[in-house]
Design a protein around this ligand. Structure first.
Ligand code: GLC
Length: 486
């Protein structure tokens, strides 16, 4: 009965939101696109890779948790950790050696559009948003080819002093090189033998080896930058990401401060042309704690409205905002898991002066919003439900090519586990005197300070791929919010 209620709500939300998307004039998406070289890791691949590393080193480094991949031993250490915990991770590498080493020993199965901006731009264009303007500072020919060939997808350039929108294939620079990331995917149930240890992978997930060539900059040319107000005026919202690539120091003497300042100014320029523009940042895995803190405190705080992140990213964010205990409770999934996640989301909402924080976990989403948000609570819930259906479709199909593809996600059942989490949160909020335990059952609770939306989601048993699901979730729900803005 309860699950049936949620099935019905998913269907209603899909019809409602899919009809409303035409209200959106346009969405701007920046900064990170790359090419994802995907390899599904099997038992034989692990055995093969382990033969070419120093096992003692790997063992040692799997305890010290390398935050940058400098050699194959670091790589194997991080892969073992990710497989053992079943957790998603992304680790940077600054040379092409690892790329070559992997190509020599295992080859990738497929290559796809990667990076938040690339994935989200294609997704939004495919579901028919009238105008999607995508921007990546390093648009090479190879990269441009991964954008969908669709009349509503544009790249901004300045010609004769005017902003012109062209398809990325008509806008790339032939002297640019592509950025290629390796995605090592592993499935739940994979039996891993390593040294004297043996374990079974607890969950489908992936390790991303993110290539960070020295020319990578989160930036834009002065001309385009000056035209951001015009661009901002032509869209309702912007989805920004890629800040994780900002470095503390660059070879040319510039520092993170230069890029943080430019990023903030870019947001202000967009707002200058359109004071009503809504800004969403997709937070990702940022290994460097100092940069993570700067991104949150200097770019996100005050400038941004909405933040999208997964459970681990919530813990990482809390950590640099000095909520270590809460971060610990979030990550270690004690019985306090769901209440810690909720409290963590609330802390982020206030500390970062946001008006919406959307956490996507396996089986459920939690979103906290300010009371004065221009979209009402039920619509917030519908936005999450629409995103849940989209995530199921993405997991099942691998790629969403139309709004009808999203509809196929409705066939995926709701996660019972996720539904149990919703009940636990209800009990916690009741204990705290915030609401009656059953109030959570409809998916939203209004507290005097903020509103809480929680829904159980649709989870595909054997996903075709896991990479990019979070991006689709955040983009789908943010687009739904834009569609409902008054
Ligand atoms: C990060 C990775 C990219 C991947 C994306 C998926 O941006 O760098 O390789 O496609 O996450 O969410």
């Amino acid at each position: 009965m309860e699950l049936e209620y949620w099935e019905n709500k998913h269907s209603e939300a899909f019809s409602d939101i899919s009809k409303s998307l035409e209200n959106i004039n346009g969405i701007f998406v920046a900064y990170n696109s790359n090419i994802d070289a995907i390899k599904h890791i099997e038992k034989k691949d692990i055995a093969k890779l382990l033969k070419h590393v120093n096992l003692e080193n790997v063992k040692h480094r799997s305890m010290s948790f390398p935050r940058v991949i400098k050699d194959p031993d670091d790589l194997l250490a991080r892969l073992i950790i990710a497989m053992r915990d079943g957790k998603a991770a992304e680790v940077p590498t600054y040379s092409t050696d690892i790329h070559e080493w992997l190509t020599d020993h295992i080859n990738f199965d497929n290559s796809y559009m990667g990076g938040q901006t690339g994935i989200i731009s294609n997704f939004l264009a495919n579901i028919g948003i009238k105008k999607v303007i995508t921007y990546v500072p390093w648009l090479s020919k190879e990269q441009a080819e991964y954008f969908v060939n669709s009349g509503n997808l544009f790249y901004p350039i300045v010609e004769n002093g005017k902003l012109v929108l062209k398809h990325p294939m008509d806008a790339y620079k032939s002297e640019y090189e592509p950025k290629v990331n390796w995605i090592l995917e592993f499935s739940k149930g994979l039996d891993v033998e390593y040294d004297e240890e043996e374990f079974v992978v607890p969950r489908d997930n992936r390790l991303i080896i993110s290539s960070r060539p020295i020319w990578l900059r989160i930036d834009m040319g002065k001309e385009l930058y000056d035209h951001l107000p015009v661009l901002g005026k032509s869209v309702d919202g912007a989805v920004l990401s890629g800040y994780q690539m900002i470095k503390e120091e660059y070879d040319d003497g510039s520092t993170y401060l230069d890029y943080v300042t430019k990023s903030v100014k870019a947001i202000r320029k967009l707002k200058e042309g359109n004071p009503n523009i809504r800004i969403h940042v997709e937070f990702t895995s940022i290994q460097n704690k100092f940069i993570r803190e700067r991104i949150l405190k200097d770019i996100v705080r005050q400038e941004v409205h909405s933040l999208g992140l997964d459970t681990i990213e919530v813990a990482n964010a809390l950590n640099v905002l000095d909520y270590e205990e809460l971060a610990y409770a979030v990550i270690n999934k004690t019985e306090k898991g769901i209440s810690a996640l909720y409290e963590g989301a609330v802390r982020l909402l206030y500390e970062l002066e946001l008006d919406r924080v959307h956490v996507h976990a396996l089986g459920y989403f939690i979103c906290v919003v300010t009371k004065d948000h221009p979209v009402d609570t039920e619509e917030h819930r519908n936005a999450l439900l629409f995103a849940s259906t989209a995530s199921a479709a993405k997991a099942k199909l691998g790629n969403i090519e139309s709004i009808d593809d999203i509809k196929t996600g409705l066939e995926t059942p709701i996660s019972e586990d996720g539904h149990d989490h919703l009940k636990s949160l209800g009990k916690y909020l009741a204990r705290e005197g915030i609401c009656q335990s059953e109030d959570c059952e409809k998916g939203y609770v209004r507290t005097p300070e903020h509103d809480v939306i929680i829904i159980p989601t649709k989870v595909v048993d054997n996903p075709v791929a896991t990479v990019g699901i979070g991006d689709v979730i955040s983009a789908a729900s943010f687009a739904a919010i834009l569609a409902k803005m008054k």
